[in-house]
Design a binder for this molecule. Structure first.
Ligand code: FAD
Length: 303
């Protein structure tokens, strides 16, 4: 086993071997202030030369960012001229209301929706569908397909969604998303490549043939990631705590460590055949840019 491990390590591409034969997408959240809007726009402009296949803008809990999400998505597509995807959830809205939002996107030329169930505004209470609303992501995808022939991305959970009965039920649900018309799944963030490979194998065994893109979360604040992981069921490896230890007050050093960890994760995913990556940018370009750079991606000359 040790021999095989060593052989695998030697065969895996080094950063210096990576030529950028990858496709990337970037996720942003809608800004809450003018200043944050400025940061977001700078990040979009910084990342644009990497020729992302799309960028997406999240939808706030409870639909609270409906207008702001819409505004950013349309601006990114029209002004930055990057294909933009709008996240949309089932929370706190009737089917008619959700359909109206989708129709509005269609009329504006937005052809890609990241379709999600969303979470209960009060996480203690657990999720319950809105009366007259879409029940879950599968139901939403079916509804969206009636509004227009959108490209649809859906969510996948390598470490299982916390509401799932078991891993098989989670995979069945993912398969139902593809059967309902999803083009691809984007995963919740995770930190061990084996976690993704194992999930990819189980998805294939469950008859899922669609594209499953790893969602990469470069750590900006370790405390925030710990909190998020608790909510969404992502495991934080022990070694990671060690790597961020003592860096709370050292933002520059922390950034370098974050970029290294995420780039190493991507390098190992690449070694396992992954060629598509989705970055949770948290509206900052530097980390995602650096990681893409290390994967061999270079700016396109004409952008
Ligand atoms: P679903 O797949 O519909 O459901 C999740 C789980 O609930 C299922 O695995 C299943 O176990 C259970 N379930 C659902 N329906 C049934 C049923 N009929 N019977 C039994 N069990 C059922 N949230 C936001 O608010 N805004 C965003 O912009 C956003 N973007 C995201 C982007 C990505 C890439 C990811 C991975 C997540 C995002 N989320 C976002 C979070 C997401 O809304 C939550 O994870 C939510 O809890 C589940 O959404 P889903 O679409 O996966 O739900």
């Amino acid at each position: 086993d040790q021999m095989r491990e060593a052989q695998r390590a030697l065969e895996a591409p080094m950063f210096s071997d990576l030529v950028g034969d990858i496709e990337v997408s970037f996720e942003f959240f809608p800004p809450k202030s003018e200043k944050m809007a400025e940061t977001l726009w700078q990040s979009v402009e910084t990342l644009k030369p990497l020729d992302p296949r799309f960028v997406s803008v999240t939808y706030g809990a409870g639909g609270s960012t409906r207008e702001r999400t819409h505004e950013q998505v349309v601006r990114i597509q029209n002004e930055a001229q990057i294909p933009a995807a709008a996240h949309l959830t089932c929370v706190a809205a009737t089917r008619e209301e959700v359909d109206a939002v989708a129709r509005h996107y269609w009329e504006e030329g937005i052809r890609h929706i990241v379709a999600l169930r969303g979470d209960a505004p009060d996480s203690e209470a657990g999720y319950a569908p809105h009366p007259g609303g879409y029940e879950n992501a599968v139901d939403l995808i079916k509804g969206l397909k009636k509004v227009g022939d959108f490209e649809i991305s859906a969510a996948a959970y390598p470490e299982m969604h916390p509401d799932s009965k078991d891993r098989q039920a989670d995979l069945d649900n993912l398969k139902a998303k593809f059967d309902a018309g999803a083009t691809r799944a984007i995963t919740q963030f995770f930190f061990e490549p084996e976690c993704f490979f194992d999930f990819r194998d189980r998805a294939a065994a469950a008859g899922i043939e669609g594209e499953i893109v790893p969602g990469i979360m470069p750590v900006m604040s370790f405390a925030a990631v710990q909190k998020m992981s608790g909510l969404c069921g992502t495991a934080i490896p022990h070694w990671m705590e060690g790597l961020f230890e003592g860096l709370d007050e050292k933002p520059e050093a922390r950034q370098l460590v974050s970029a290294t960890i995420a780039a190493e994760l991507c390098r190992r995913l690449y070694a396992g055949g992954v060629r598509q990556f989705h970055f949770y940018t948290l509206n900052r370009a530097e980390l995602s840019y650096a990681i893409c750079h290390m994967l061999g991606l270079r700016p396109k000359a004409d952008t």
